[in-house]
Design a protein around this ligand. Structure first.
Ligand code: CTP
Length: 239
């Protein structure tokens, strides 16, 4: 099947944007994620006929399409709950959100007043949404994660591929000038099990989204080919 058509009708779950972790009624801990990468991926998939569920943290982006459902969430735990409700029906999951790894252990019921010169916040681990999907995912389900690294990039990205049971990791290096997660451009390397890492030049995030979706479509086409082959044919391919 032509790669433009292979994802038509597929159910795709995408996380996008930052999460905000409340400290008190007026403050939160968050990050600079714009959500642009996740929203660009959603747009490309919708153009290719996929049914997209976008679970989005607080962003300033808008997207509307008859085949798109958007769930607006704030915290990592809300993002996980919205995703979990869709895990079973998902063909492809793309974890593009910059989920806060930790949240304040307690959320004050009233605004925290300044009293002392120093102030400590005790943080606890948030759930890992990509890992949760990796733990329960079935053989026909495909998942993609992102890795933003500053050092030993390939090694850390490979670790994420295995630890989170992903089929693809999109690596962004903070050592690449002009490519950071609050920027309009991105420079990526794609890692997939058994395939040599594939690097792309610096591009607008909308074009990066096309490269990522093309790679997913190619994998999906191969997977469909493999599962329609007899076990004997399948074994021969890896001789
Ligand atoms: N991710 C997630 N839930 C989390 C943290 C991360 O779903 N609580 C996803 C991100 O959306 C991304 C991938 O996991 O696709 C990698 O996230 P990252 O924060 O870089 O990896 P960590 O495993 O948290 O490793 P570290 O922060 O130590 O680099």
């Amino acid at each position: 099947m032509h790669s433009q058509k292979i994802l038509s009708g597929k159910k795709v779950l995408i996380t996008a944007g930052p999460t905000q972790e409340a400290l008190d009624p007026v403050r939160f801990i968050s990050n600079h994620s714009s959500g642009r990468m996740g929203y660009s991926l959603a747009k490309v998939l919708l153009n290719r006929g996929a049914q997209v569920t976008l679970v989005s943290g607080p962003v300033h982006l808008k997207l509307a399409h008859p085949a798109l459902r958007i769930y607006d969430v704030v915290s990592a735990r809300e993002m996980l709950a919205a995703c979990q409700a869709r895990f079973d029906e998902t063909d492809i999951a793309i974890f593009a959100a910059a989920v806060a790894d930790y949240r304040p252990e307690t959320v004050a019921a009233t605004k925290i007043k300044k009293r002392s010169d120093t102030f400590q916040i005790r943080m606890v681990r948030n759930p890992d949404i990509a890992s949760e999907f990796g733990r329960i995912k079935l053989p026909h389900q495909y998942s993609v994660g992102f890795a933003l690294e500053t050092n030993d990039e390939l090694e850390h990205a490979r670790e994420k591929l295995i630890k989170k049971n992903l089929d693809m990791v999109v690596l962004n290096s903070l050592n690449d000038p002009g490519a950071c997660f609050a920027s309009a451009n991105n420079k990526i390397t794609l890692l997939r099990p058994g395939i040599h890492p594939q690097s792309f030049p610096l591009k607008d995030k909308r074009l990066v989204a096309i490269d990522i979706i093309d790679a997913i479509a190619a994998d999906w086409a191969n997977q469909a080919k493999l599962s329609s082959q007899s076990p004997h044919e399948y074994e021969n391919m890896y001789r």
